[in-house]
Design a protein around this ligand. Structure first.
Ligand code: SAM
Ligand code: SF4
Length: 345
């Protein structure tokens, strides 16, 4: 093979990924495992059946797949799950992705975690080029935390946050707003996060996954939360964006940022720049739709990237304009039957 032929393969023809609505796809979320050490009530049922290990892509295959996306214009990757930090040897994936950052193939690798393993891994994450982590924490009360995660210990998460900050990672706290559960804690969560220099984002509970109970019991519109917060705090509009769906305000009293992720009350699909891959190599073009593409077969079909790149391009022609989540008394079925832990939040 001549050097020119090699170059032609390195930058595949057809340009970067643009879907049929003209949106450039530059952001990839990868769920590296469907397993988790918690069972948050809005995310998983208590008796989850997890995927057999043989169905999972190996960490080397996940790295190859992310490499193929980077050749198609993906610049930012977020590893999620399930709980990404419980996957065995996951640091080796962060290590290879760190090399991709060094080589200029990626701008950023981030991780969304429940924080339970962060005290073990924070320093290694930083060494491997990770600079930002999202830690999910819905309550500051130890007993409530154990209830919502079904058995988690909040002390582990606090230790994880401490370790992340000490390692130099920027931490954002994500809290799902759950009706009648943490409604009275939003002011305390703001004080906690902003007091330690962390952003806070609130998330609307989405109707994902079966056997999770009545969604109308969990759903709290953030439009209402925002209005209530306005009685205590001065919320200043800012145009800060991280490339994700959160819309931010600054709280004048703390100087910190508060994000609202509102898939239910405000559909943010027009600017969607992302797709999601699961740990089995299934590509979901939209979090809120069932349509998918199998990338594991083309990935395994060849040592080269051509088959998988062709499959990704074909899937992109099917990326829908948007999702249509509904939670009301007449719509009790989930919008999609897979759990959030499969696709990754
Ligand atoms: N285990 C990690 C964690 O909890 O951060 C990563 C995966 S988790 C699925 C990612 C995010 O999705 C978490 O912030 C979690 O609170 C959120 N989440 C899970 N199920 C949700 C649902 N039904 N609606 C809204 N957010 C959800
Ligand atoms: Fe696990 Fe995260 Fe789902 Fe909670 S939200 S069960 S920590 S994957």
């Amino acid at each position: 093979m001549t050097i020119f032929e090699r170059r032609a393969i390195a930058s595949p023809p057809g340009g970067p990924l643009i879907d049929s609505f003209g949106r450039a796809i530059s952001y990839l979320r990868v769920s590296v495992t469907d397993r988790c050490d918690f069972r948050c009530v809005y995310c998983m049922s208590e008796d989850m059946t997890f995927l057999p290990k043989k169905d999972l892509l190996s960490l080397e295959e996940l790295d190859r797949l992310i490499g193929a996306f980077s050749k198609l214009g993906t610049r930012r990757v977020r590893l999620t799950g399930g709980e990404p930090l419980v996957r065995r040897n996951v640091m080796s994936l962060f290590e290879t992705l760190g090399r991709r950052i060094e080589a200029g193939e990626l701008d950023e690798v981030t991780v969304t975690t429940n924080g339970s393993q962060l005290s073990r891994f924070a320093a290694q994450l930083y060494q491997n080029g990770v600079r930002r982590v999202n830690v999910s924490l819905d309550t500051l009360k130890p007993d409530r935390f154990t209830h919502i995660t079904r058995w988690g210990d909040i002390k582990q998460v606090h230790a994880g946050i401490d370790a992340a900050l000490a390692a130099g990672l920027k931490v954002k706290i994500n809290s799902v707003a759950v009706k009648d559960f943490n409604e009275d804690e939003f002011d305390d969560l703001i004080r906690f996060a902003h007091g330690r220099g962390m952003d806070l984002s609130m998330i609307e509970a989405m109707p994902l996954g079966e056997n999770i109970g009545d969604r109308t019991d969990q759903y709290l519109p953030l439009s209402l939360v925002r209005e209530r917060l306005g009685h205590t705090w001065t919320l200043e509009e800012i145009d800060y964006r991280t490339g994700g769906p959160a819309r931010y305000v600054r709280i004048a009293e703390t100087g910190g940022r508060l994000g609202f992720i509102t898939p239910m009350t405000h559909n943010f699909c027009d600017n969607c720049n992302r797709v999601r891959v699961t740990c089995t190599g299934t590509l979901f073009m939209c979090l809120g739709k069932d349509d998918s593409a199998d990338l594991r077969t083309p990935l395994r079909a060849s040592d080269g990237n051509e088959p998988v790149i062709a499959a990704i391009r074909e899937a992109m022609t099917r990326k829908p304009k948007g999702h249509d989540f509904v939670i009301d008394r007449s719509t009790s079925a989930p919008a999609v039957s897979r759990h959030m832990s499969v696709t990754g939040g």
